[in-house]
Design a protein around this ligand. Structure first.
Ligand code: PAF
Length: 281
């Protein structure tokens, strides 16, 4: 696996892939890799000839008081995992390499960026779309792979790609869960054993909403109330939001008459976790 620390090196590697007419797949990550990331890498390997992964903890998507400083940085184990998956190129730039001094240019997906996590994390999605646009320009992939766990992120990135006519196909892969149902996340590493148990409330709340839906309930307020009840019942879990939205616009729906996304974010102790499920009538 070739490790590129500079933009110039990464550009040279992807140029070489394109010269040999290879389909280039790209998995952007912030490292602290888990099975969720590896499922994206495997999907990229299955669909593309050459796979590049980036590891970059993007300061721009963390707000003041968030976990930028303590975000897990596990480069060596991550590198080993990617070697095992037979990844071709690892792009691991420094913040100084990615952001020229006094950079003032951002990519904003207006409207969508303020919904769901964007409401409680102002500027978060602007940080995501700015870095993803930059990564797409540097790596120039044919396909890029994102996880359904960050459903709003996937919707917003798709919209950016459409609006800016970026020549990359976005592939969204299913959520990977631990055997007990907890969605895999780099932030699960923060959970102490008690929080780890309490964190199951997110998936339980979503499953309860889904089962009420499967029994015929279509009213979003009533479904949301069911989910919130499950969340607040668990000591140490403080819901940020539980919403039912249109997966394309992220606007709340009143009645679930077409495919809808149930998205939840909650603090478990000090750790903010997210999860979601799709309802298909
Ligand atoms: O999903 C993530 O890990 C990040 O938001 C991403 C897409 C790598 C951008 O920093």
């Amino acid at each position: 696996m070739k490790i590129c620390k500079t933009i110039a090196d990464m550009r040279a590697a992807s140029r070489a892939a394109r010269h040999s007419e290879k389909r280039l797949g790209f998995v952007p990550t912030m490292g602290a890799l888990h099975e969720g990331h590896l499922s994206l890498v495997r999907a990229a390997k299955a669909k593309c000839d050459v796979v590049a992964v980036s590891i970059f903890v993007n300061p721009l998507q963390f707000g003041p008081g968030e976990d930028l400083a303590k975000y897990p940085r596990t480069f060596e184990p991550d590198r080993e995992l990617l070697e095992k998956e037979d990844v071709d190129t690892l792009f691991a730039p420094t913040p100084e390499e990615m952001y020229p001094a006094r950079a003032v240019t951002y990519v904003t997906v207006e409207g969508l960026g303020e919904k769901l996590c964007g409401r409680s994390r102002p500027g978060h999605f602007r940080g995501v779309t700015t870095v993803v646009a930059k990564l797409f320009h540097i790596v120039e992939p044919d396909m890029a792979f994102f996880g359904q766990k960050d459903a709003a992120q996937a919707t917003i990135v798709r919209r950016m790609v459409r609006d800016l006519n970026l020549p990359v196909e976005i592939v969204v892969c299913p959520i990977v869960r631990e055997p007990d149902g907890l969605a895999t996340s780099s932030r699960n590493a923060y959970l102490n054993p008690q929080d780890r148990k309490s964190a199951l409330a997110l998936n339980r709340a979503l499953s309860e909403v889904k089962s009420r839906f499967d029994q015929g309930e279509r009213n979003a307020s009533s479904l949301i109330a069911t989910g919130k009840q499950m969340l607040t019942r668990e000591i140490g879990v403080h819901p940020d939001y539980l919403e039912i939205v249109d997966p394309a616009t992220l606007d709340p729906v009143r009645e679930v008459t077409s495919s809808a996304l149930v998205a939840v974010a909650a603090f478990v102790g000090k750790t903010r976790l997210i999860d979601n499920i799709l309802l298909n009538p």
